[in-house]
Each structure stands twice: as structure tokens, then as C-alpha cells.
Design a protein around this ligand. Structure first.
Ligand code: FE
Ligand code: CA
Length: 533
């Protein structure tokens, strides 16, 4: 039903210029020696920290953004800044591996996305940046094992939903101690809101709708030292949900919260650009978007990463290409609970959550997924949740529940290709939900084709009105649900077993919360059955 033309992010000339700058921030450039000494900063400009991401067996993206303290970078002016980078085997940088320099341009908020290639597989490295006489903190990162190499263990943290005003990022203080290979971030890195009732801390800038506003909001989030430290600790794989743009937006369709904007396509393009500027993404995700004619992606963030023979990670984007919600209340945009019996569009097979191109890509990617763990990282709850006990149904139309035909196409794809050991990781609901992925959610006797771990939020509060015992009874494919706690999940994969721990903090309003394990589960390879430990 993609009837409307997708938005044109920028006029063609601006697109070409941004493309050139994106490549300049990713590639190593060679400058005359005189250009090196250029800048003297009054204070260290690496206030937003460092990050790495999008790992392969031989490459990694190194990220930073220069921003002077206080005004989130506005005092850097419009001039490009030359940034040097170093990658080494050790924290003291006494065993250098590679170094180079890249251009941080004002048009991309003085961000840098260096792509370092030719690295050894399955190895940890240290990196840092320099500009003028300023040096960034050091970050630690790693490559993944070569695709055909055995790998004994993959240990992931999964996290989502870090609304600033709902608490501090103390959960990351504990995640840092977990010895993970990578963080999978599943959306709602920022929220666009101006504040909240009973706020633990207030954001500045009001409602976020402009490029300057989104940049300021990301910079605000990265002013939290625990978030910066976690970025510096290991590579992140990132996707987004709705709040990186606007609550409940769907594809090219506006959501419902906040002040009206004249041009939602322009708001979305600004939000996508700011996301790129603050995440350790490859320049190609932007270049692919900018280089194409109108109708190309806004930002191509879906993709896959292989972790030896042990696992393949698939990163999905279920916001950018989705059709509008079906049967929202009073025909308004945004989400609501719906009884599918009253909604003619509910089962319409033309409705898509991933968009046809991403669906085709995913089906193709899964067609060769017959070994190891296949870990599908996406932003929303996958399994069916009927909130009305007994007769009648009440389903939330914003997650996969609202797109049942698309969900069936995905589970059919898993079965048709005999995908081995599918594991879905999700977020969005600010609650922990653990369950079996069913071939047909309406039939409790139908096959389990995988398992699902939908994680709670880093800070964001749950919706409330929780009747989880009743809901578990009504939806027996789920084995666990809890709305009380914020935190993150740890999923450890070995050739024989997946072990998952739901790690929760006692108080998001504390900067130094304590952590505990709410529940542990395991899944044996070859058998999609969740066992509580
Ligand atoms: Fe959220
Ligand atoms: Ca029911």
C-alpha cells in the first residue's frame, strides 16, 4: 500500500555535498603537514566521547563528534576540523596497528565515522582521536571471528529505551562489568519529548522537531558518563524505533504527539541525519540514501553481521518502511488497542512492517541460514499479546501484532528455509517478555519455530495497568513477563546453548543503582524450547 512517494531528504545539490562530506569523515585523508597544527581548543572538544560499531571480521567503524562543552558544539563554527585517529593493540598505544586522519565537517555536526579495514579477525583493539593538541579518551573495540572460523562464545547485551527524564543511565555502569562482545541497541536512544511528570532530570530544548534540536538531544544523552563509558567499552550494533523521530510515526506518516510540523518528511530527514551523526554507522548507510534518486532509503540501517560459524546477527528496521497503523481510534494517527474483529484492514496481506524491499532482503538473507544461531535484532515485541482474557481480543496495533500478515511471512520464511536456531531480540514495551515464536499464534498446538527475548528499558517507564499473570494465561506462548524493573539483557551463545539473564536495577532515579538478576533462561541448540533456570 505504499501509495505516497517517499520523502526527498534534501535537494540534490545538498545531497551531493553531504555525500562528499560523509565519505570524507569515513576515509583516511592525506593533508600537507602545515594543515595539521591548525586548531587550538580552549577545552577538550571530545565531550561526547567515542564509540565503535558495525563490526565485521576485518573492519570496524570508529566514531566521535567534536563538541565544545556547554553549547553542544555551536562554538566550533562552520570550519571543518582535521581529526587524527589511532588504533593499537594496547591501551597505552605502544603497539600501533593503524592511524590516519579524517575531516569533521560542520554539515555533519563535526562527526567522524572512520572505517578501519584490514584488521585481524576475532581480536580486541584500542582506539583514540586527536584534534589540534586535544586527545580523546581511549575506546576498546573488537572484530568478529572470520565467517568460516569456529567461535566458542558470543556474549551480547541487549538494551533499548533510555528516556532522559525517566532516570539515569546507571544500568550501563553494570553492563560495563558484564564482559560482553557487543551491545545491541534496539531503539529509542533519544525521546523527542520536552519533559515528563515526576522527572528524574529535565531535558533542555523543548519538543524536538529540527536538525539542531535532534543534535542537541543526542548531545544531551551523551553527556551521561555511564552511556559514554559503555560506548567506549565495546562495539555497538544499533537500530532505531519511533522516538528517534516521533512517537508512533509509521514510515512516511506522522505520529500523533507534540506540536504540528509543516513538513513531516523534513522532520524525519533531520532526525535520520542526526541519528547518523551520533551513531557508529558506516558512511555507506548515509551514502546509499543520499546517492539514490528520491525514493531511495532515508537511511539504510538494516543489515547483517556474521560471528564466525557460531552466529549471524540480523538488524531490522521496522519503522522507516512500515504502513500506517490499522484501525487506530477515531481514525487518528498513532497506536491503540484494537479488536481485529472490528478491523477490516487487520489481516490485509498488502500491509507491511518492514517494507517490501527489506522483507525480500531478509528472506534472501535467511535462505542461507542453516547453521549456528540466527539472532534477529529488531525494535518491537514479536509475539501475539491478547490483552482481553477469555472471549474476544484486544491487540496493540503498533508492534508485530498490528501487522499479522507480515509476521506470518517472517515465520513462514524461517520455516521454509529451515533457519537454524532463530532468536528474536526486541524492545519498545519497557517490560521483559520471554516466549516461544509460533508458526501460528492462534493455535497453541502449532510448532515453535524460535524463541523471543523482548527486553525492558534502560530508563523508560512502562505503560502501567499491568495484569501480567492474566496475560500470560491468555497468551501461553509467553513464559515470562514483568513490568516492574528497568535494565538490560545478557544473551550468551555457545555452539550448544543460549543462556539469557534478565538484569535489572533497583532504581533508575539513582545514578548508582544496584543490579540483580530477575530471571535466567536457557535454550539448547536445535530445540526451540525455553527452560527457566
Ligand atoms: Fe521506548
Ligand atoms: Ca481473549
Amino acid at each position: 500500500m505504499h501509495l505516497e512517494p517517499p520523502p526527498t531528504a534534501l535537494p540534490a545539490t545538498d545531497r551531493r555535498e553531504l555525500l562528499r562530506l560523509a565519505l570524507a569523515s569515513a576515509a583516511t585523508v592525506w593533508l600537507p603537514r602545515s594543515a595539521r597544527a591548525q586548531t587550538r581548543f580552549e577545552t577538550n572538544p571530545f565531550t561526547l566521547g567515542v564509540a565503535s560499531g558495525s563490526p565485521t571480521a576485518t573492519s570496524i567503524v570508529l566514531w566521535t563528534r567534536l563538541a565544545l562543552p556547554g553549547l553542544f558544539g555551536s562554538r566550533l563554527g562552520d570550519d571543518p576540523v582535521t581529526v587524527r585517529w589511532e588504533l593499537a593493540h594496547d591501551e597505552a598505544f605502544s603497539r600501533p596497528v593503524q592511524s590516519g586522519q579524517a575531516i569533521a565537517s560542520a554539515a555533519l555536526a563535526h562527526s567522524i565515522h572512520v572505517e578501519v579495514n584490514g584488521l585481524d579477525p576475532d581480536r580486541w583493539y584500542w582506539y583514540r582521536f586527536m584534534a589540534g593538541d586535544a586527545v580523546s579518551q581511549a575506546g576498546r573495540t573488537r572484530t568478529f571471528p572470520a565467517p568460516d572460523a569456529p567461535a566458542a562464545r558470543l556474549r551480547l547485551a541487549y538494551a533499548s529505551c533510555q528516556r532522559w527524564e525517566h532516570g539515569y543511565y546507571g544500568a550501563y555502569r553494570h553492563m560495563r562489568q558484564e564482559d560482553v562482545d557487543a551491545v545491541v541497541f534496539l531503539g529509542d536512544y533519544i525521546y523527542e519529548y520536552p519533559g515528563a511528570l515526576n522527572a528524574a532530570r529535565l531535558p533542555d530544548g523543548g519538543w524536538v522537531t529540527t536538525l539542531a534540536g535532534y543534535r542537541q538531544r543526542y548531545a544531551l544523552h551523551k553527556s551521561d558518563a555511564d552511556l559514554r563509558a559503555m560506548h567506549a567499552a565495546c562495539p555497538w550494533l544499533v537500530t532505531w524505533d519511533d522516538h528517534e523521530v516521533q512517537n508512533d510515526y509509521a514510515g512516511t506518516h506522522e505520529g500523533e504527539n507534540g506540536p504540528p510540523v509543516a513538513d513531516f518528511a523534513a522532520r524525519r530527514a533531520a532526525a535520520y541525519q542526526a541519528f547518523y551523526e551520533h551513531m557508529p554507522l558506516r558512511a555507506s548507510v548515509l551514502v546509499r540514501a543520499l546517492a539514490g534518486p528520491p525514493g531511495g532509503d532515508g537511511l539504510r540501517i538494516h543489515g547483517q553481521a556474521r560471528f564466525g560459524r557460531l552466529a549471524t546477527l540480523y538488524l531490522l528496521d521496522d519503522r522507516q518502511y512500515r504502513d500506517p497503523h490499522a484501525c487506530s481510534r477515531a481514525g487518528r494517527p498513532g497506536s491503540s488497542r484494537v479488536d481485529p474483529a472490528d478491523c477490516a484492514a487487520w489481516e490485509d496481506p498488502r500491509r507491511s512492517l518492514l517494507g517490501s524491499a527489506q522483507e525480500a532482503w531478509l528472506d534472501g538473507a535467511l535462505s542461507g541460514a542453516r547453521t549456528g544461531w540466527n539472532i534477529v535484532c529488531q525494535q518491537t515485541l514479536f509475539g501475539r499479546r491478547d490483552f482481553r482474557p477469555g472471549a474476544g481480543e484486544s491487540l496493540w496495533n503498533d508492534g508485530w501484532d498490528g501487522y499479522p500478515a507480515a509476521r506470518s511471512r517472517f515465520t513462514d520464511s524461517l520455516r521454509r528455509h529451515s533457519v537454524s536456531n532463530p532468536v528474536l531480540l526486541g524492545g519498545d514495551v519497557h517490560e521483559n517478555w520471554v516466549g516461544h515464536v509460533k508458526a501460528d499464534y492462534r493455535d497453541p498446538a502449532s510448532a515453535s519455530v524460535g524463541v523471543e527475548f523482548c527486553g525492558t528499558s534502560i530508563t523508560s517507564r512502562p505503560a502501567g495497568g499491568a495484569r501480567h499473570a492474566e496475560w500470560l494465561e491468555e497468551n501461553p506462548h509467553f513464559v515470562f513477563a514483568d513490568a516492574r524493573y528497568r535494565g538490560y539483557g545478557i544473551a550468551e551463545f555457545t555452539p550448544r546453548r543460549l543462556s539469557a539473564a534478565l538484569r535489572v536495577i533497583d532504581d533508575p532515579a539513582s545514578q548508582v543503582p544496584s543490579v540483580s538478576t530477575l530471571a535466567r533462561f536457557s535454550v539448547a541448540a536445535g530445540r526451540p524450547v525455553i527452560e527457566r533456570e
